[in-house]
Design a protein around this ligand. Structure first.
Ligand code: ADP
Ligand code: MG
Length: 250
């Protein structure tokens, strides 16, 4: 079997006396979409935060493409290609759609001052055309000059996705991409994520909406009270009595 893109190994995470994650083992293969489902408070967001370096685990390791990333800073892990989209407060409502998309790419550039004016102008043009490319990709190009504060909820999600994609992620982490969306916006988001998946992107998606999960996931892990109680293909998970129980009992 090929090396997994992400390998979570024996991870524990406690908050005081609360064991939020207990002996988590998870391998995500290149080019697959892996959904993490489970009741509220199961530890899903905590697991994602451990993966992106926001929370240090109490035990265990996270390995990304053979590099141990446990203990690294979130921005280092991000630079390595692990990109989380949604649930980010990173949108600037008073800037335009295009300016927002340019921000993450701009932040990724080295901090060296551009003393050469021509170079600075060329850089700016390059960044703008990259931003336009990703806005077109998510279907927002016609909104590029609009202020972000005036976008619909669904369009904001598209924008956040473009802001993730411009960073050229090797692993995309999505925490509840369709939370609070209308059915129409949910379906549009599903189609968009399907398109990205078809290009071979590796994705981890946390999601409550089973329609979204079953539309996108190659494999599903079920988290309950900090433990993975089941893992398998969508068909295996659908028929698993332990999963039914965790949801009904949760
Ligand atoms: P989920 O995303 O599955 O709903 P979370 O990972 O957010 O679950 O939370 C798992 C458990 O850890 C919950 O009981 C939650 O209250 C607790 N928790 C999460 N973050 C913190 C924190 N920063 N400090 C203390 N407890 C936390
Ligand atoms: Mg959560």
């Amino acid at each position: 079997m090929s090396q997994p893109v992400l390998d979570v190994s024996d991870v524990d995470k406690n908050f005081g006396g609360l064991r939020a994650l207990s002996n988590i083992n998870l391998q995500i293969k290149q080019g697959t979409t892996h959904a993490i489902i489970g009741p509220n408070g199961a530890g899903k967001s905590t697991l994602l935060n451990v993966c992106i370096g926001r929370l240090p685990p109490d035990r265990g390791a996270v390995i990304f493409n053979s590099d141990v990333i446990t203990g690294r800073q979130p921005h280092e892990i991000n630079q390595m290609g692990v990109v989380r989209v949604f649930q980010t407060p990173a949108i600037f409502p008073d800037l335009s759609v295009k300016q927002n998309v340019m921000l993450p790419a701009f932040a990724k550039r080295d901090g060296a001052f551009r003393l050469n004016m021509m170079q600075a102008v060329a850089d700016q043009r390059q960044l703008e055309s990259e931003a336009e490319h990703w806005l077109e990709d998510v279907g927002l190009l016609s909104h590029q000059h609009q202020l972000v504060g005036s976008l619909s909820r669904g369009d904001k999600r598209r924008l956040e996705l473009a802001m993730g994609l411009i960073q050229k992620p090797r692993l995309l982490l999505l925490d509840e991409p369709t939370a609070g969306m209308s059915r129409h916006d949910t379906n549009t988001t599903i189609e968009l994520l399907k398109k990205i998946k078809l290009r071979g992107m590796t994705e981890v998606i946390i999601e409550h909406d089973m329609h979204v999960v079953f539309s996108l996931a190659d494999r599903i892990s079920v988290l309950a009270q900090g433990q993975i109680i089941a893992e398998g293909t969508p068909e295996e998970i659908r028929g698993n009595p332990k999963v039914q129980e965790a949801y009904l009992g949760g």
